[in-house]
Design a protein around this ligand. Structure first.
Ligand code: 3PG
Ligand code: MG
Length: 392
């Protein structure tokens, strides 16, 4: 790999600035999903094992350069302490003094970096002040690597820098999925809108052997091919774009799989009366809310032939039953093939992880990324500034 890891660094007695992403969901002051916190623990422990003093740098939410008390990282401290099994020194001022006072075994966390406008501006002066607090820089925040901010980008150039364990793990999983994958490679892409995933689809048709399109965005492709999708969510103005993507796929030898049958309903609510029809038979007054069983069987056949799967986005309106059926069934099939050692399966993106968790199979995938937006930008083939800054 083109970047250093903790194994390459001399850390004994050093203050180690670790950029982490602990931008976790919080409700009523309590962390509702600790995944991102849990996943940085190995990095913190390894730094300590090498004699370093971890100083965690992070953001929370989007305070836009102002101090917003409700967005303080202080509320994350209890969850962080329980994941690490030790007290965390929370610093919200006098950083130099606080960090200088750290003893062997201590871990510190600085207040939300985004309270300072210099963070999102990737400001050189702000990065310099951060750099003055430590001897070494570790980036363990793959999920924030699509942001060129002071703590993810500028800072990496100011100190000896390396990737943390989670960052290294994410990068190697993603490389296995799209960088140098075993073929055939299947991508499953769902979600509501084609408009948010244009670059992603366009990049994927060049890289994968089969592209399964589901969710609302499949309707746009169906409509573009002349099928009446009734009242379904559909971006009719993107018909030509969808046809262009389909043409590009054909040119590149990528097969696009659209639903053959669909589950339709007249209302979008839990338990709404629904029926399964052939895709071309969607009633004019109904909307498509999920892929049907024939479509799922077709996806399963494709997965059985595949060696690698990369998944982003649900196949239907998975948050509302019974329209989670196709997503659940396909996710379970992928999980089973993965457990049997037949498939490398990598998934990412906010909704996707929620869908896999709901299907109860996230733990069976080869790798589930902690990233939302960064995973999408990586699937789009974009360079992530936080990763690029680590490359030497
Ligand atoms: C995320 O939650 O995806 C990352 O923490 C980045 O957050 P942002 O979208 O506010 O930059
Ligand atoms: Mg976000």
């Amino acid at each position: 790999m083109a970047w250093k890891t903790l194994d390459d660094m001399e850390l004994a007695g050093k203050r180690v600035l670790v950029r982490v992403d602990i931008n976790v969901p919080v409700e009523d002051g309590r962390v509702t999903d600790t995944t991102r916190i849990d996943r940085i623990v190995p990095t913190v422990k390894d730094i300590q094992a090498k004699g370093g003093l971890p100083v965690l740098l992070a953001h929370f939410d989007r305070p836009k350069g102002r101090v917003v008390p409700e967005m303080s990282l202080k509320q994350i401290v209890p969850a962080l302490e329980s994941a690490l099994g030790q007290d965390v020194i929370f610093l919200n001022g006098n950083y130099g003094e606080g960090v200088a006072g750290m003893q062997d075994g201590d871990v510190a966390l600085l207040e939300n970096l985004r309270f300072n406008p210099g963070e999102e501006a990737n400001d050189a002066g702000f990065a310099k002040r951060l750099a003055s607090l430590g001897d070494v820089y570790v980036n363990d925040a793959f999920s924030a690597a699509h942001r060129a901010h002071a703590s993810t980008e500028a800072l990496a150039h100011l100190l000896p820098a390396c990737a943390g364990r989670l960052m290294a793990e994410e990068l190697s999983a993603l490389d296995r999925a799209l960088g140098s994958p075993e073929r055939p490679v299947v991508a499953v892409v769902g979600g509501a809108k084609v408009s948010t995933k244009l670059d992603l689809l366009s990049n994927l048709v060049e890289k994968v052997d089969v592209l399964v399109i589901g969710g609302g965005m499949a309707n746009t492709f169906l409509a573009a091919s002349g099928i009446d999708v009734g009242k379904s969510l559909c971006e009719h103005d993107l018909a030509q774009t969808a046809r262009d993507i389909a043409q590009k796929a054909a040119d590149k030898g990528c097969e696009i799989l659209l639903p053959r049958d669909v589950v339709v309903a007249r209302e979008f609510k839990a338990g709404a009366a629904s029926e399964t029809v052939k895709t071309e038979d969607c009633p004019a007054d109904a909307m498509i809310l999920d892929a049907g069983p024939d479509s799922v069987a077709h996806i399963m056949q494709v997965l059985e032939r595949a060696k690698t799967l990369v998944w982003n986005g649900p196949l239907g309106a998975f948050e509302i039953e019974p329209f989670d059926a196709a997503t659940n069934a396909a996710a379970k099939a992928a999980a089973q093939l993965t457990r049997a050692g037949k498939l490398v399966s990598v998934a990412g993106g906010g909704d996707t992880v929620a869908a896999l968790n709901k299907a109860g199979v996230a733990g069976d995938f080869t790798y589930v990324s902690t990233a939302g937006g960064a995973f999408l930008e990586w699937m789009e083939g974009k360079t992530l500034p936080g990763v690029a800054a680590l490359e030497k």
